[in-house]
Design a protein around this ligand. Sequence first.
Ligand code: SF4
Ligand code: SF4
Ligand code: SF4
Length: 282
Amino acid sequence: MQQFAVLQLTGCAGCEVSLLNAEEWLEQYELVYMPLVISANSIPDVDILLVSGGVRTDEDLVRLRRAAPKAKKVVAVGTCAISGGVANLGSRDEVHDLFLAEEGRRHLPRLLPECRSIAEVVPIQQTLPGCPPTPELFVRLLFPPKDLHMAKTVCQECDRKKQKTMRPRHLEGLLRGTVLPEICLINQGYLCIGTSTRGGCNAPCTRAGQPCVGCRGPSEAFIHKGPESWLNTIEKVFSKMTDVPSNEIKAALRSPQLSLFLFQLSHDPSTGGHPGQEVEVL
Ligand code: SF4
Ligand code: SF4
Ligand code: SF4
């Protein structure tokens, strides 16, 4: 039986919960380390090490450096591990001030000057994007299909249809609060960026009437081009499909609502890999 471990760095535990919602691996994998559910002090040698969360503190750095050499394969799981996500919120001034203040620290780990992706610290072989990756994606990771056919974008997995005649003038979908079934959310004034976001999640958000915020990161076409190219393309989609003023689109794309995913780590926004390192993105 193959063994795997889950190392949780600075994040929210959502990735772990999603993994636990996938039951398929229980019969064929032995989970030997995962502090959320297993009492074990250290990570033994394993076939696969899943790392969630970003390298935000000195403790994260030490734990990751110790754990990675014990695994045949290291996978960065989730936006935090790949490129920042929630862990990157620690870069905000008020969080820095809180953690850097000696008074009342109560043995909190020290923040590193900036959040780092897993791949900046140790070599990785694969990433599993998403915030969190869906349980189905974890199954695909642990049981790689022989022929992997994955939709290129979230749009291709979303059943909603784009309408030529329905052109919103403002991004007021969220204010209105109602969602028409079957019709593309862009046509309804929502800031949905599924057109340029990596597919594979089966569009759970847009199917439920919530716009895609791009948690799977840029689609293959933009993954090595950087965030500006991704943003420009999304802006073009909105100018083609809507009458929303371009400054409104630009401001919305740079809003806190999307910044966790669209901007991620400014110095390493796409795959989170070492330059030149071949990393498979699932
Ligand atoms: S990627 Fe999302 S779900 Fe996973 S740890 Fe980070 S914030 Fe939580
Ligand atoms: S833009 Fe969003 S709502 Fe419209 S088809 Fe694409 S994913 Fe679905
Ligand atoms: S639809 Fe978008 S936000 Fe939702 S899981 Fe997929 S990529 Fe993430």
